[in-house]
Design a protein around this ligand. Structure first.
Ligand code: ATP
Ligand code: MG
Length: 263
């Protein structure tokens, strides 16, 4: 498998405050990476560097083997879906127009294909089709969030960046969206980077979990390795918070594997 994303010795500083340092990461194509760490440790900063929204102070980032420094940003972003917490929808466009924004650019002449794509994605993220003519201001926070996810997915990107995308939805919807996303990942083989504050979510969804602390990578491993051999006290405390009633790593692993198998 080839490398989808690579950070090479990335440093990011604002004036004299260092945000990321010696940040080296290689993400294999098709991986579902969940990113977790304390607030302000640089998760969003790292994510936004991949689609060029934030530029590193030094170091290089490669997407599909190409240094993004040399790439046209519009072209780069066409292949990278981005879903973030809070509304980033176009306020003057309806739900349908928001979701079809990129497919419309691609299927210019085939309106029917776009309409079908919109219904398909609304269905997948659990949005009632009746909502398609509403404007973002006429939706709840959770609905807006789902439109944002549908829009990011409708562009059929090779890479999907998600920054706490399920933050504003209730527990049941969250569970459904987790299942949907896991299935989409399995079906499409898309590379996903997903920031979360919830260790259960990180362990359930990720094929790899990236733990960050104070601008550095603490551990980057499969969920089972994280549970069995946390490599610092910080990671140990984190996995111990998991909202699972089990007390031993192997029991937690069984629960995790049962969940994966149930999809
Ligand atoms: N434009 C900016 N100028 C100065 N400092 C900034 C700027 N943007 C972010 N920071 C700082 O960089 C650090 C990392 O921010 P970032 O948004 O990456 O954190 P995070 O890990 O995503 O946190 P959270 O979990 O709260 O979303 C924070 O201390 C933040 O205050
Ligand atoms: Mg953040």
């Amino acid at each position: 498998m080839s490398t989808a994303i690579e950070f090479k010795n990335i440093k990011k500083a604002y004036k004299n405050q260092i945000i990321l340092e010696e940040f080296n990461l290689s993400v294999t194509q098709g991986e579902f990476v969940t990113i977790i760490g304390s607030s302000g440790c640089g998760k969003t900063t790292a994510l936004k560097m991949i689609n060029g929204l934030i530029k590193p102070t030094s170091g290089d980032i490669f997407v599909d083997g190409e240094n993004i420094r040399d790439k046209n940003l519009t072209e780069l972003r066409r292949n990278i879906g981005y879903a973030i917490q809070g509304s980033v929808l176009f306020p003057h466009m309806t739900v349908e127009q928001n979701i079809s924004y990129v497919p419309n650019l691609i299927n210019k002449k085939n309106k029917e294909k776009t309409t079908m794509a919109v219904s398909k994605w609304m269905n997948i993220v659990g949005l009632d089709e009746e909502l398609k003519d509403r404007y973002p201001s006429e939706l709840s926070g959770g609905q807006q969030q789902r439109v944002g996810i549908a829009r990011a997915l409708a562009a059929s990107p090779d890479i999907l960046l998600m920054d706490e995308p399920f933050g504003a939805v209730d527990e049941i919807t969250r569970g459904q969206l987790q299942n949907e996303l896991k299935q989409i990942h399995q079906k499409t083989g898309i590379t996903i980077l997903f920031v979360t504050h919830d260790i259960s979510e990180a362990l359930k969804l990720g094929t790899k979990v990236l733990v960050m602390d104070k601008g550095k990578i603490v551990q980057y491993d499969e969920p089972k390795t994280l549970l069995r051999s946390p490599n610092t006290d910080f990671v140990k405390q984190l996995v111990d918070q998991e909202r699972c009633t089990c007390h031993f790593p192997d029991e937690r692993l069984t629960v995790l594997e049962q969940w994966r198998d149930s999809i």
